[in-house]
Design a protein around this ligand. Sequence first.
Ligand SMILES: [Zn+2]
Ligand SMILES: [Zn+2]
Length: 316
Amino acid sequence: MPDPLRRETAPVPAGRRGAYLVVLVLLPFAALAAGVAVAWEDGVGPRDLAIAAVLYVVNIFGISVGYHRLLTHRAFRCRRFLRVGLAVAGGLALEGPVSLWAAEHRRHHKYADRPGDPHSPWAYGDSGFALVRGLLHAQIGWFSSARRRSLREHWVPDLLADPDIRRLDRAYPAVVVLSFALPAAAGGLLSLSWTGALTALFWGGLVRYAVVHHVTWSVNSVAHMFGGQEFRTRDRSTNVRWVAMLTLGEGWHNWHHAEPTSARHGVLRGQHDASAWLIRRFERLGWAYDVRWPDPERVAARRTHREAALTDGLAK
Ligand SMILES: [Zn+2]
Ligand SMILES: [Zn+2]
C-alpha cells in the first residue's frame, strides 16, 4: 500500500467488519427478500406504504442535501437548526455517523476510480467477470471486505472540530433506534393497533432502510460505470437519469465529480435535481446562504463536446 494511503486510513478490527457484513449487506438483503415475499402474498397497505415513502424522502434528502452536499462538500452554509436537522435526517438512513460517511466520501473524490478509492467498480479490471465483481464491490462488497477505513482525523478535521457534529456522532445509536421507532409509532397511532405498529416497523423500518441503502449505493456503482459523460473529469463518473430520479438528484454524478462543491448536480436542461430545488427553497427562506450555484461558463468549459456547450441550455 502506498505510504500516504496508510497515513490516511486506519485498520478495521475483524469484529467490526463482521458487524458491517450483517448490518450493511446481509440484513438489507434479507429485508428486501422478505419484502418481496410478503408483498407477493398479502400486498402492502396504503398506510405502511405512505409511512415508508415519507421516511424514504426524508432519508434521501438527508443524505443528499445534509450528509453529502452540506457537510461533506460545503456546497452551502445554513442556520444551525437546519444543519442539525439535515444531519439527523441523513442519520435516519442508517448509513453511519456523518463524520465517517464524509471521510469515506472525501477519500472517494481524491482517488476516484484509482487505487485508494474505497469503492470504485473498476477496482478489479475492465472486462467480463471483473466488472460484475467490481459492481458488487462498489454496491456493497467494500463495507465488509475493506481492511482499512478512512481516518477521520485526516479527512474531516473540520467536522470533528464542530461540537454539534461530535454530539451527533455520539448520538448515532439513538438515531438508529429512532429510525425504527418512528415508523412503528406512526403505524401504531394511525391504526390504533399493535399489528399496525408491527407492519409499519417492517415496511417503514426494515424494507425502507434496505431500499434507501441500495438506491444510495447505486451512485457508487452504476453512476461510475453506465450512462453519459457530458463533462471532462479524471475519473469514470457518469450521469444516470434513473439513479438521479431515485436519489433526488445524486445520479448526475459526472458533473458532481467535475465540480464537487456545486450545490446543483443536474446542471443541464432536463436534468431534474430535487435536492438542488430544496436547497433553493431553503435559500429563499433565508435558512441557507453562500450557496455555490454552478457558473454557466465553468459548466460550458467542462463539456466534453464544446459545440454542445454552446447550443444546450442550462438547468435553472
Ligand atoms: Zn463518485
Ligand atoms: Zn461527493
